[in-house]
Design a protein around this ligand. Structure first.
Ligand SMILES: C[S@@+](CC[C@H](N)C(=O)[O-])C[C@H]1O[C@@H](n2cnc3c(N)ncnc32)[C@H](O)[C@@H]1O
Length: 236
């Protein structure tokens, strides 16, 4: 797959932003979601491997929480990210986690996954598709490396279908969330990016269509917490 040169600059600035906030990433997640983020990742892992599987991929693993959830269901997990700082935290946390010995953390770009076609039984990705510089390429890469019949699950923020809730979420993302980012991670801009990235990202229905356009079938999704969270499930 050919990647245009501007991708590299955008990906580099993305990588730098996540590397800056890596040390406070988990704490901010807990606070911003009132502790619900762990349950969302468990739900994503359960949808990706409902009856267990041999080899799972966590695309854009960050600090590894979704990989840990997958490790309770898969014999082996490969977890990739472009930020060495995020991966360093994931590896450090792995020392105390059950099943972590089955996870391999790798520095790799989700837009050019270093794996052969049809390698994985399932793939899960959490809060990452909004952040990659090319959604279509990321989906195409996941489609390429999952085996025929394998499942792909995308856990992501989305705009609530309720106008009232969507406005409330937008207000939170515009004001309190960057303020929390400044206070707890010393970086308001990275948390302002939540709002920017969400405004550019397709809504849940459009994302399902984009997944179908990239070759996935039986694409479905559910919304959690009345809308800000979407879990898409698809089959290759
Ligand atoms: C919001 S964090 C999500 C981390 C984790 N999946 C979670 O559930 O919290 C987004 C992650 O995507 C990673 N990322 C962004 N672009 C990427 C790419 N092209 N390939 C791999 N990782 C990427 C960032 O480094 C960051 O760790």
């Amino acid at each position: 797959m050919t990647i245009p040169p501007w991708h590299y600059a955008a990906a580099e600035s993305n990588r730098r932003m996540f590397s800056r906030i890596a040390h406070r990433y988990d704490l901010l997640n807990r606070v911003m979601t009132f502790g619900l983020d762990g349950a969302w990742r468990q739900a994503a892992a359960a949808l990706a491997a409902p009856t267990g599987c041999r080899l799972a991929l966590d695309m854009a693993t960050g600090t590894g929480e979704l990989a840990f959830a997958l490790a309770s269901r898969a014999e082996q997990v490969v977890a990739v990210d472009i930020s060495p700082q995020m991966l360093a935290i994931a590896r450090a946390k792995a020392r105390g986690r059950p099943g972590a010995g089955r996870i391999q953390f790798l520095l790799a770009d989700g837009l050019r996954l270093p794996f052969a076609a049809d390698t994985f039984d399932c793939i899960a990705t959490g809060f990452a598709l909004r952040n990659v510089v090319d959604l279509g390429v990321a989906l195409a890469e996941m489609h390429r490396v999952v085996r025929p019949g394998g499942r792909v699950v995308c856990l992501e923020l989305t705009r609530s279908p309720s106008r009232l809730l969507a406005s409330l979420h937008a207000l939170c993302l515009a004001g309190p969330i960057p303020a929390l980012g400044r206070w707890l991670a010393g970086d308001a801009d990275a948390y302002r990016f939540l709002s920017t990235s969400l405004s550019r990202f397709p809504d849940a229905q459009q994302l399902a269509k984009t997944m179908r356009d990239r070759g996935f079938r039986r694409v479905g999704y559910r919304l959690d917490c009345l809308g800000p969270i979407a879990l898409h499930v698809a089959i290759k």
